[in-house]
Write a protein that binds this ligand. Structure first.
Ligand SMILES: Cc1ncc(COP(=O)(O)O)c(C=O)c1O
Length: 457
């Protein structure tokens, strides 16, 4: 069976690499029609225009097959949710074993599974982050981080960054760095301020004794894989300390090995007071998130042990699965592997960027958190289309459509990185030859509607 997810021969062991179902194009049509009718017709239209009207069927490691039987290297991975690969056999086995005796558990009781996972997270997390509050998703984890910061400091202001992304729940949405997500729901929480990411002076200008916390992603994901200047995070840490504010790092996309370190903060030698993780913690199988914080901040919870509750947050079942996710990352050397595969990808991307300066403006990122910035916005959806024709699922950034995110599963093998590079070369050549959707047909529409959300025709 599957041994590690990464073999020395560069193969996936017994992980399925061949299709094992009968393609059904009619089922795809039916699913799209029902999705349009009962969920969201505009989403179907947008996805179709970018060649992303893919209905996932078989999932295995870094690959996904759609209902038509087409195979794609998944470079979107639900924005970094599949670090250990999709349906990793070890994770599936752990889930099946857990189902034999667990359910989600009684949330109000103490739990052996929660305790075991929290202990493991404490061991793996940077600095003094030894306490955990569990949740079901990233937004919820950030909500609690913000609540804890306000509750523990008794200060109101939360500073986040322009184009930052922290989820769509209440407090997290208030910290969203994109007005289109916030505006229709105003008034949101008071005392939330946004400053440009990477700009220490702008940050220092808003920090004062009313600031509870600064909340940011060490590398912006939805904002377009934006890597800050090397000294930025340390400067943020210092600035927070000067005014007694807390530093919350959202490692929901960047964590769990994605950038070639367990946590992206390690690249910068910075230890936060609060850190959030979610997405890949669930191993592509269960919803789970965690907010990690220091003993000092736990003081706030001592007199308030029931102040933040969640029926499903850190369910016994999810904790058992997540524990195996951490084991797989550690035992199979996925963090180091991500750094090695990232280096291979960057080397190939640099060659392509030099060959196609009329399309590619910049390549950036760390490990396997990679962004390709095109020279203009319509190239994001057009390249998604072309890449889909070459067997790659890749999607432009939510807050920055000119940036294509390349975030394959960390189990990706050298030959799959080469496959991705070949697909990119083919897609860029198709673009140059004038094939596929045009600039006009994919032009970015800033809707004059209430929501003003970016759309593609
Ligand atoms: C950095 C970051 N924070 C928070 C979230 C929100 O996570 P969720 O969708 O699980 O609420 C995301 C999701 O993409 C994210 O990328």
């Amino acid at each position: 069976m599957y041994h590690s997810g990464v073999t020395s021969e560069g193969s996936h062991g017994d992980w399925a690499t061949e299709i094992d179902f009968i393609p059904d194009p009619l089922a795809k049509q039916r699913a799209l029609e029902d999705f349009a009718r009962f969920l969201n017709p505009q989403k179907v239209r947008v996805m179709r225009s970018a060649g992303l009207d893919i209905i996932e069927a078989q999932r295995s490691g870094p690959w996904v097959w759609d209902l038509e039987g087409r195979r794609f290297l998944d470079c979107f991975t639900s924005a970094g949710s599949f670090n250990v690969g999709r349906r990793n056999p070890r994770i599936v086995a752990a889930a099946k074993a857990a189902l034999d005796h667990l359910d989600h558990g009684n949330f109000l009781l103490c739990s052996a599974q929660k305790a075991a996972l929290a202990r493991r997270l404490a061991e793996l997390s940077p600095g003094d982050l030894t306490c955990t509050m569990f949740g079901t998703g990233g937004g919820e984890a950030n909500d609690f981080a913000i609540k804890l910061a306000r509750g523990a400091t008794r200060r109101p202001t939360i500073v986040s960054t322009v184009n930052g992304y922290h989820g769509h729940t209440g407090f997290s949405l208030s910290a969203a760095g994109r007005a289109a997500f916030r505006d229709p729901f105003e008034p949101l929480m008071p005392d939330f301020v946004q400053v440009p990411f990477g700009d220490t002076d702008a940050l220092e200008a808003v920090l004062d004794e009313r600031t509870a916390a600064v909340l940011l992603e060490p590398i912006q994901g939805e904002g377009g894989i934006v890597v800050p200047p090397p000294a930025y995070l340390a400067a943020v840490r210092e600035a927070c300390d000067r005014v007694g504010a807390l530093l919350i790092l959202d490692e929901i996309q960047t964590g769990l090995g994605r950038t070639g370190k367990w946590w992206a903060s390690e690249h910068y030698g910075v230890e936060p007071d609060i850190m959030t993780t979610a997405k890949s913690l669930g191993g592509s199988i269960v919803p789970i998130s965690a907010t990690l914080f220091t003993d000092e901040l736990r003081e706030f919870l001592i007199p308030n042990p029931f102040i933040h509750l969640s029926t499903f947050g850190g369910s016994d079942f999810a904790c058992a699965v997540a524990l195996e996710v951490l084991n797989v990352i550690e035992e199979t050397g996925l963090v180091e592997h991500a750094a090695t595969m990232g280096a291979r990808l960057f080397a190939g991307l640099d060659v392509l960027a030099a060959k196609y300066p009329e399309y590619v403006k910049e390549v950036r990122g760390k490990g396997l958190m990679v962004g390709v910035e095109y020279v203009e916005e319509s190239l994001g959806p057009r390249m998604s289309y072309h890449l889909s024709q070459h067997g790659v699922l890749a999607i432009y950034s939510g807050n920055q459509p000119s940036v294509m995110r390349l975030m394959p599963s960390l189990v990706v093998q050298p030959q799959e990185i080469d496959y991705l590079l070949d697909a990119l070369a083919g897609a860029l050549a198709d673009l140059q030859a004038g094939a596929g959707p045009t600039e006009d047909s994919t032009r970015v529409r800033r809707r004059p509607s209430r929501t003003n959300v970016t759309e593609y025709d």
